[in-house]
Design a protein around this ligand. Structure first.
Ligand code: PLP
Length: 444
């Protein structure tokens, strides 16, 4: 009997008691390789000495000071570091406690920006059907994941959805990246015009899609075309890098690789690497200046925003990533991981796609490869893979969900940036065994 209200109360969970590098240890002493970084969070693994020391130092000095009275050295130093490395035009960091809060702030900043500049009718948001932006009611309204939304309909804000950039399923036979990206940009423009161009506040997208479909990168040029459509119609671009940002793709910000700078950019997860809960919304000078010279006050806030200990932890995480040259390791280990997965699982008739960027990698499973037919939802293949992986001492993040009306089973891998070549081999060996066992149990 547990007094904790667990997400799935009928499924008892092991008790995690310790962390050691890339492993989590449970109360029986069993070790699990954390190949999902929890949910793409633990980018430095567990128990990193330098981050623990930074937390202890900050907590002893000043754990917390409310932001209506003070700023702190930790928040200022973290913001400076994030902004100096950020895409052009993003000039300020608004700190919160996680990804959903970062998205809520982004949505409200977009709305308030248009109020400040005298266009209050711009209220609509457009996002993509294959997306997850958080579980608070505003972020949920933007997200396109039907099964998450349905129990809570009608949702609070007006959101509209267009097709995702999902080459494995969405690209037509023989269609080039350029033509596919153009078709999607045209669809966005049609949606903007249908709603009325002067009523749309922002288009929202994950730069690399995470949990809804397992590390789906955009095709080349997609975001540049999307950016151009947004600019043409005065629509803001909000990029959600809660999962794919902070080095996960081998770049500190995933959109660097796209050559696109958004108006608002959200980060969380890897920002605090799990040592402290922290997220941030990076805000363009244009939006910041409109608020400062307008009402002078962003009508939003949370008790724990800019939490000094959380900021100190995140600052140290950033310093470690730089000092240990971890972005280069992410790129190299990511290549190794995808190559090893292709070698182990690439010929399996139920593995439809292996994709991703850096240490953000997805494997999509299909019942039948030629037609890309998904497994029937009742089989819950993703849950069986998770069970088999845990039995073998491996944490991966399998998900099933409705993607454009189809059920898809996929596995998301997001191991810590500190992984060695040997760690990658161990992950792939255990995952290969788990997938084969789950498929065998499903009679495949
Ligand atoms: N945005 C994306 C892309 C996410 O993957 C998540 C969480 O998985 C969120 C937002 C919400 O973040 P949080 O769970 O920290 O509220």
């Amino acid at each position: 009997m547990s007094y904790v209200f667990h997400r799935m109360p009928n499924r008892p969970l092991p008790i995690a008691v310790a962390g050691d590098g890339i492993e989590v240890i449970d109360s029986t002493g069993k070790r699990y390789i954390d190949a999902s970084g929890g949910a793409a969070v633990s980018c430095l693994g567990h128990s990193h000495r330098r981050v623990i020391d930074a937390i202890e130092k900050q907590a002893r000095q000043l754990a917390y000071a409310h932001t209506s009275f003070f700023t702190t050295e930790a928040a200022e130093a973290l913001a400076e570091r994030l902004i100096k490395a950020a895409p052009a035009g993003l000039g300020h960091a608004y700190f919160v406690s996680g990804g959903s809060e970062a998205m809520e702030a982004a949505l409200k900043l977009a709305r308030q920006y248009f109020v400040e500049i005298g266009e209050p009718q711009r209220k609509h948001f457009i996002a993509r059907r294959q997306s997850y932006h958080g579980n608070t009611l505003g972020a949920l309204a933007i997200g396109g994941n039907a099964w998450r939304r349905e129990p809570f309909l009608p949702l609070l804000i007006d959101a509209h959805h267009v097709s995702p950039c999902y080459a494995y399923r969405g690209r037509l036979a023989g269609e080039s990246d350029e033509a596919y990206a153009q078709r999607l940009a045209d669809e966005l423009e049609r949606k903007i015009l249908e709603l009325g161009a002067d009523t749309v506040a922002a288009f929202v997208a994950e730069t690399v899609v995470g949990a809804t479909a397992g590390a789906v990168p955009p095709v080349a040029g997609y975001f540049r075309k999307i950016r151009a459509v947004c600019e043409k119609h005065g629509v803001l671009l909000i990029l959600d890098e809660v999962m794919c940002g902070m080095g996960r793709t081998g770049y500190l910000y995933a959109c660097e690789e796209e050559g696109v700078a958004p108006d608002l950019l959200t980060i969380a997860k890897g920002l605090g690497a799990g040592y402290q809960p922290i997220g941030a919304t990076l805000v363009s000078d244009r939006i910041y200046d409109a608020i400062v010279s307008g009402s002078g006050f962003f009508q939003h806030g949370h008790t724990y925003m800019g939490h000094a200990t959380a900021c100190a932890a995140a600052l140290e995480v950033q310093r470690v990533i730089e000092k240990e040259n971890l972005l280069a390791n992410v790129a190299a280990r990511g290549e190794q991981l995808r190559a090893a997965l292709r070698e182990r699982l690439g010929e399996d008739p139920h593995v439809g796609d292996i994709r991703g960027r850096g240490l953000f990698v997805g494997v999509e499973l299909v019942r039948e490869r030629a037609g890309k037919t998904p497994f029937e939802p009742h089989r819950k293949l993703h849950a069986a893979i998770k069970r088999e992986a845990m039995a073998r001492g491996l944490m991966v993040y399998p998900m099933g969900g409705t993607i454009d009306g189809q059920h898809g089973d996929h596995i998301l891998l997001a191991p810590p940036f500190i992984c060695t070549p040997d760690d990658i081999d161990r992950i792939v060996a255990r995952l290969g065994d788990a997938v084969e066992a789950a498929l065998a149990a499903a009679g495949q």
